[in-house]
Design a protein around this ligand. Structure first.
Ligand code: TTP
Ligand code: MG
Length: 357
């Protein structure tokens, strides 16, 4: 049977700890705990990750080091060496990229591959997965777990299904059967709080989640409820694509007749500003720099920019600054053919909105 999409998710096993074991053979076979923050006093730091020997003692990521130490006093506790893990990660991601045209690095140790164009069926995808495992094992001395399915959601859950060194394939017609017995916690975006609330509603498995009406879930969780409704059915149409950082938003408008009329120019800028604001709101981004680009009737083009102190996302500020800049352009006696508005210097940091000074 020809599957619509074949998506693979690769996740390295006990990543930070495995890199440390590779670099320090003396750690192998012993419980190893990699900590973040000060671990010398074993008081304030938390566990970044633990190898599988240490996990047998109940140690897991984000656990306070002090507790991990109580659970396993004989464990080896070491600080994280992020520079090293980043280097190893980059090398592995580069290796993985050649196996698919469409790839998406999802975290330091995870990557999605869309192998639909390279493979005819899941059997062939399985062969690719085995090659990947071999390549990583031989060249990086690390193991990974791989999930294959027809979308990212299920592929990711599948890679976690048989860890470490697992390979789990879930074809389209087996998705429901695969998901049903699992905890809703396995779904992307379902954290401990949502899990508890679902439990209170009597929903402890994805099967039960699937039995809940969309209205009920939306009532309880809003938009996230709607997402859970789809995820419980194994639905995820999101493409495998590298996240590209958007560095600016802009709009341009060319007038049918060149103009110097401020009212018309401001109205045009206002429309562009509100479109830009919508894009920013969607991405939860804030800007600091506003630029107006002006092309005069003779095609002579100039830009003027202003950067404000604190990032904002509103049209009011955008327009206020744009007006100041436009006034400068209007001092020229030439008429304007095209006007452009751009916001840049973007950040996702939420800082109290401030009025312009
Ligand atoms: P994970 O892939 O979640 O964990 P892991 O690779 O250690 O183990 P698994 O075999 O279950 O995949 O995260 C990758 C790395 O990210 C992990 O090695 C350390 C780091 N990390 C933290 O620093 N803090 C955390 O809370 C988590 C979950 C991970
Ligand atoms: Mg991992």
């Amino acid at each position: 049977m020809l599957e619509k999409r074949i998506i693979m998710h690769i996740d390295l096993d006990a990543f930070f700890a495995s890199v440390e074991e590779r670099e320090h053979p003396e750690y192998r076979g012993k419980p190893l705990i990699v900590g973040a923050g000060p671990i010398e006093g074993l008081k304030r730091g938390v566990v970044s990750t633990a190898n599988y020997e240490a996990r047998k003692f109940g140690i897991h990521s984000a656990m306070p080091i002090s507790i991990a130490h109580k659970k396993c006093p004989e464990g080896i506790f070491i600080p994280a060496n992020h520079e090293l893990y980043e280097k190893v990660s980059q090398s592995i991601m580069l290796r993985l990229k050649k196996y698919a045209d469409k790839t998406e690095q999802y975290s330091i140790d995870e990557m999605f591959l869309d192998v639909s164009d390279k493979t005819k069926n899941f059997k062939q995808a399985e062969e690719i997965a085995k090659k990947i495992k071999n390549e990583i094992k031989e060249n990086e001395q690390l193991t990974c777990s791989i999930g294959i399915s027809s979308n990212k959601l299920v592929a990711k859950i599948a890679s976690d299904f048989k860890k470490p060194a697992g390979l789990t394939i879930v074809p389209q017609n087996k998705i429901q059967e695969f998901l049903d017995p699992l905890s809703p916690r396995k779904l992307i975006g379902v954290g401990p709080k949502t899990e508890t609330r679902l439990k209170d509603m009597g929903i402890e498995t994805i099967k039960k989640l699937r039995a809940a009406s969309k209205e009920k879930l939306v009532d309880a969780f809003g938009v996230h409820g709607e997402e859970m409704y789809s995820m419980a059915r194994g639905i995820d149409n999101s493409p495998v694509e590298e996240y590209t950082e958007i560095k600016s938003h802009n709009r341009n408008y060319t007038f049918q007749e060149d103009t110097k009329e401020k009212e018309l120019l401001m109205k045009t800028l206002a429309i562009m500003a509100s479109e830009i604001e919508n894009e920013l709101k969607k991405e939860k981004m804030f800007y600091k720099t506003i630029t107006v680009r002006c092309r005069y009737s003779n095609f002579d083009t100039h830009i003027k920019s202003k950067t404000i102190k604190l990032p904002v996302s509103d049209t009011e500020t955008m327009l206020k600054v744009a007006e100041e800049l436009l006034d400068e352009f209007l001092k020229d006696e030439r008429k304007i053919r095209q006007i452009g508005l751009r916001v840049s210097n973007l950040t996702n940091k939420k800082i109290e909105q401030q009025k312009l000074t």
